[in-house]
Design a protein around this ligand. Structure first.
Ligand SMILES: [Zn+2]
Length: 90
């Protein structure tokens, strides 16, 4: 069981998406959706739901969940990725 960082409900991992902080060339890590659940590092979990995404953004839950306070979040990018996953699965 995992906890959605948006609505804080406990859920099976299969219905949640995994989020990781990807560190690129720049020093700032970027929160991205790990669609296949294979990326290394600490993960955070979120429902495939924009409401949970905005809750998590408002609460600034990413930094806490990923244990990386300096992590950068682009809510619109994440929403797009969530949308892509949702339409793909239907
Ligand atoms: Zn949720």
């Amino acid at each position: 069981m995992r906890t959605c960082i948006g609505c804080r409900q406990r859920e099976r991992a299969s219905v949640l998406v995994r989020l990781v902080a990807l560190r690129g060339i720049a020093d700032t890590a970027q929160v991205t959706i790990d669609e296949r659940g294979r990326l290394p590092g600490r993960g955070a979990w979120l429902h495939r739901d924009e409401r949970c995404l905005s809750l998590a953004v408002r609460r600034n839950a990413f930094g806490t969940a990923l244990r990386d306070r300096g992590v950068a979040v682009k809510p619109t990018d994440l929403a797009e990725q969530l949308g892509a996953i949702t339409s793909e699965g239907s």
